[in-house]
Each structure stands twice: as structure tokens, then as C-alpha cells.
Design a protein around this ligand. Structure first.
Ligand SMILES: [Zn+2]
Length: 293
């Protein structure tokens, strides 16, 4: 009787062990399949890897899972997409709406929209590609966290951009274009307007809006559209490859074709730029990274 009892206990124990093992295998399979199907869903529905579905807006199908994005967490875009779609997919969460091709906003986005590629939550991008007046520019600028560029007397940029520039400037001296300050760095709406009027007549803006004039955009930005309003651009006197290298390694690039002194803070490693769809164009020995729009 005792022997039968022992056999019965052993059988029950064995059954429990087998049942528990099977459950664990099943649950682990289940976990794998959930993760697997989740990955497929992300790839199908989200244009950027590492993003998750958000059904609140058709314009903004994806949000980033990470609550505190940083430059180190720069996502990898879906490389299966054409360049233009890849770029637009990467900036779709930054702008409330993507401008319609052919519109003035689209022309401005194509020309000056490179900084929208920045994924650092400490960088504040504008909610529109151009400010219609001085007041709206000031409201936006008042919301920025600014930092001082060490080499200028009165040169301020968004702090992340200023810090990155100061690191490059410490590696090798990089003088400001004017050698002094404010107009090389963050500008007011009035300064932007003054520069525009210096190079244009009162018909130029209309021609730009109609898409009949584009060359001027490489010389001066229309009122309310300059990257200098965003605290993410600086005008420099760069003459040595080592200066370019230091700037590039710290997230600074040239994004406006033939505007030689103008540098833009993108905060993305250079090797990532083609992944976001940027076109590399070399003009007279200078490398420009242009939006693919
Ligand atoms: Zn500039």
C-alpha cells in the first residue's frame, strides 16, 4: 500500500512538472509571437522604427516610445521608403501639418527645413516653417532655452546647439562671420526683414511664393523664415578642413546651398543624414546636406 502511495505521489509530481514545463513553453511562445507580431505591426504602420501606433491623427500616425528622446536615441528611418517619404516621415511628428507641395510653406520647408530632423527633446522646433510677424517670432523665442556661444560677445543659440558649437570651437578656433555677435546667431524678426530688404525688391517675395524665384533663398531668407530665428543657425568664417570636421562631429552642417558662412544645427551624426533622405551635394569643395523635397 505504501509503495502504491509512493508511486501515486511520484506520478502526480511528474504530471505537475510536465504541466508546468509545457505552460512555460507555451507562454514563452506566446510572448515571442506577441513581440513578433508587434514588430510586424510597427514596420507596416509606422514609418520609423522604434515608433508605436497612435491613432489620434492621420497626419501623425506614430509617436516615439521613449519619453525622453536624446541624440543618442536617433531612430533609424524605414530605409525601404524613397528619400522624400523618409524625410517627411521623420519630421511628421514635429509639425502639426506637413505643407502641401507647391505652397510657400513647402518651398520654405524644402529650403530651410533641415533642423526638423532633430530628435533631441531639449531642442524646441517651431510649430510652423514661418512666422507671420514680429510678435509670433518673439513668443516662440521667449520659450527657448538659450545658451551663449563662448567666442561671441552677444551670440546666443538654443542651449543644446550652443553647447555643441562650443565643444567644436574648443577643439579648433572657429570665428564668427562678423567676428562679433548677434546678427551671426539668433536674430530678431526685424533683423531678418532688414536683411531681406537689403537684397530684394518688393516683388521678390511674390515671385518666391509663386515658385518663380528660388536662387534668392540661397542668399537671404524671406521675413519670418530664417533658421536664425530658431536659434539653430550660425554664420561662421570657416577655412580649414579641421574646422569643418569639428563642426560636423558636433552636429553642425551646411544645409543651404552656396550660403557659405551659414551653418545649421541638426544634432544628428553625419552618417545618419542619408538615412533621413538628405542629399549630399558638393559645390566648390563645400559639402551641403539638402532636404530631398
Ligand atoms: Zn546664416
Amino acid at each position: 500500500m505504501i509503495i502504491w502511495n509512493k508511486i501515486l505521489k511520484k506520478s502526480i509530481y511528474l504530471c505537475l512538472v510536465i504541466f508546468t514545463s509545457l505552460s512555460l513553453v507555451a507562454s514563452s511562445d506566446n510572448f515571442k509571437s506577441v513581440t513578433g507580431s508587434n514588430d510586424i505591426r510597427l514596420n507596416e504602420n509606422c514609418l520609423i522604427q522604434g515608433a508605436s501606433q497612435n491613432s489620434t491623427s492621420q497626419n501623425r500616425p506614430c509617436i516615439f516610445i521613449s519619453p525622453t528622446p536624446s541624440p543618442n536615441l536617433t531612430p533609424t528611418p524605414n530605409l525601404a521608403l524613397p528619400k522624400k517619404e523618409r524625410f517627411l516621415a521623420s519630421i511628421t511628428n514635429k509639425l502639426p501639418s506637413i505643407p502641401t507641395p507647391g505652397s510657400f510653406e513647402y518651398i520654405i520647408l524644402r529650403q530651410y527645413g533641415a533642423p526638423f530632423i532633430n530628435f533631441d527633446s531639449a531642442i524646441k522646433l517651431p510649430q510652423t516653417v514661418f512666422f507671420p510677424n514680429s510678435q509670433e517670432t518673439r513668443n516662440y523665442q521667449a520659450s527657448l532655452v538659450m545658451g551663449k556661444v563662448n567666442s561671441g560677445n552677444n551670440c546666443f543659440l538654443q542651449k543644446v546647439a550652443a553647447d555643441a558649437f562650443n565643444i567644436a570651437d574648443k577643439q579648433i578656433d572657429i570665428p564668427l562671420k562678423s567676428g562679433y555677435g548677434s546678427s551671426d546667431c539668433t536674430r530678431t524678426y526685424e533683423t531678418n526683414l532688414r536683411f531681406w530688404r537689403k537684397y530684394t525688391n518688393n516683388k521678390t517675395l511674390e515671385r518666391v511664393k509663386q515658385g518663380r524665384e528660388t536662387a534668392i533663398l540661397n542668399v537671404v531668407a524671406p521675413p519670418g523664415t530664417s533658421q536664425h530665428l530658431w536659434g539653430l543657425a550660425i554664420d561662421l568664417r570657416v577655412s580649414k578642413p579641421a574646422q569643418r570636421k569639428a563642426l560636423n562631429q558636433n552636429g553642425w552642417f551646411q544645409t543651404v546651398e552656396t550660403d557659405v558662412p551659414h551653418w545649421t544645427y541638426l544634432g544628428v551624426p553625419e552618417e545618419k543624414l542619408p538615412e533621413f533622405g538628405f542629399n549630399k551635394k558638393i559645390v566648390r569643395g563645400i559639402t551641403y546636406w539638402l532636404t530631398p523635397l
